[in-house]
Ligand binder design. Structure first.
Ligand code: PHB
Ligand code: FE
Length: 328
């Protein structure tokens, strides 16, 4: 049998499972019961479907995020804020040295549309790519149903502050947002607010730990407070960050509860650089030239502090700014 015929039979067998083929530029995506297959000029790459969908969910929901989203050591996207590079092997030393890498640049909105379609088509009923593995069904098998509710979640945006009159309500059991099974030790008390007369509708406080302990998603930073470009993002972490994030600026982590272990690698080559174990109360600055993936053995609360200043990627990549924030 010729190679071409073999490929066709495989494609047909995959099509019989009920999933669509998704394409953009010279990239072609197919899924079978266990894997995503990415074809590109020069070869094909395989990623387990659970990790692929979890990574895809985040790339879509975060609008390609800051800098690089590596689905694994080979495939990923780089955000240029308007356009986005999709690559095979671009940030993999072995692919680069043997000139086996492949990159195409797309308008962000075009790639987002293809990614959204693929995520919707490939996510089966019962699988939530944002949920911890122990809190969701599996993504495997032939196509069955969908989970549009899970993959089109939108963050709720407060006008001024959650809990103020006329603004977003605080989370409560009654609203169907129970405390997560692993956060039963998070204190639920509320701060006392004593406003001066006349300022009762202006002064407000709530227990952010209690609020976040009711989150039903993992590895999904959401803006908790925003002052100019300074964004404090709270997130609840359990199991593995599905992507390896290569930032285009410095990013700070504040471990609010429990523990996360981070693998830190060189952002361009993937060479290992450090293991960082962060326990509750620890603060770390992640340099602008690394990539990282976190492991949270028990559900934990992490604060990610991002600087949203759009001039930073160029200032770091040109060498104007050092990749780390402090010189000791
Ligand atoms: C990160 O890449 O910095 C990151 C992403 C998602 C998280 C936490 C950290 O939930
Ligand atoms: Fe990061």
């Amino acid at each position: 049998m010729s190679t071409a015929t073999q490929v066709d039979t495989t494609t047909q067998a995959r099509a019989a499972l009920g999933y669509q083929i998704h394409s953009i530029g010279q990239f072609n995506f197919q899924r079978d019961e266990y894997f995503a297959h990415i074809k590109y000029p020069g070869g094909s790459h395989i990623i387990p479907i659970d990790n692929f969908l979890r990574s895809l969910m985040r790339d879509v929901a975060w609008g390609f995020f800051y800098g690089t989203v590596n689905f694994d050591t080979v495939f990923g996207t780089i955000n240029h804020y308007g356009t986005v590079d999709m690559f095979i092997g671009l940030l993999n030393e072995a692919y680069r040295t043997s000139n086996q890498h492949y990159v195409e640049t797309f308008d962000s909105k075009d790639l987002k549309r293809v990614f959204e379609g693929m995520l919707d088509d490939w996510t089966n009923e019962g699988f939530d790519p944002f949920a911890a593995p122990d809190e969701t069904g599996v993504p495997f098998g032939r196509k069955h149903g969908n989970n549009k509710r899970a993959i089109t979640r939108e963050r709720m945006v407060a006008k001024r502050m959650t809990g103020l009159p006329g603004d977003l309500p605080l989370r409560s059991d009654a609203a169907g947002q129970p405390i997560n099974r692993q956060f039963t030790d998070v204190p639920q008390d509320a701060p006392e607010v004593h406003a001066e007369p006349g300022f009762e509708k202006e002064v407000h406080a709530f227990n952010a730990f209690a609020y976040v302990s009711r989150s039903d998603v993992t590895w999904n930073p959401s803006v908790l407070s925003c002052v100019d470009d300074s964004q404090f993002c709270a997130t609840t972490e359990e199991h593995i960050l599905p992507i390896t994030h290569g930032n285009d600026r410095v990013e700070w982590f504040i471990q609010a509860t429990d523990e996360i272990i981070w693998d830190i690698e060189d952002g361009k080559t993937g060479r290992p650089r450090a293991k960082v174990v962060m326990k509750a109360g620890d603060v770390a600055a992640m340099p602008a030239d690394i990539r990282h993936r976190g492991y949270s053995p028990k559900r934990s609360i992490l604060i990610v502090w991002e600087n949203n200043d759009g001039s930073l990627p160029k200032r770091y990549s040109s060498g104007e700014l050092k990749p780390y924030p402090v010189e000791f």
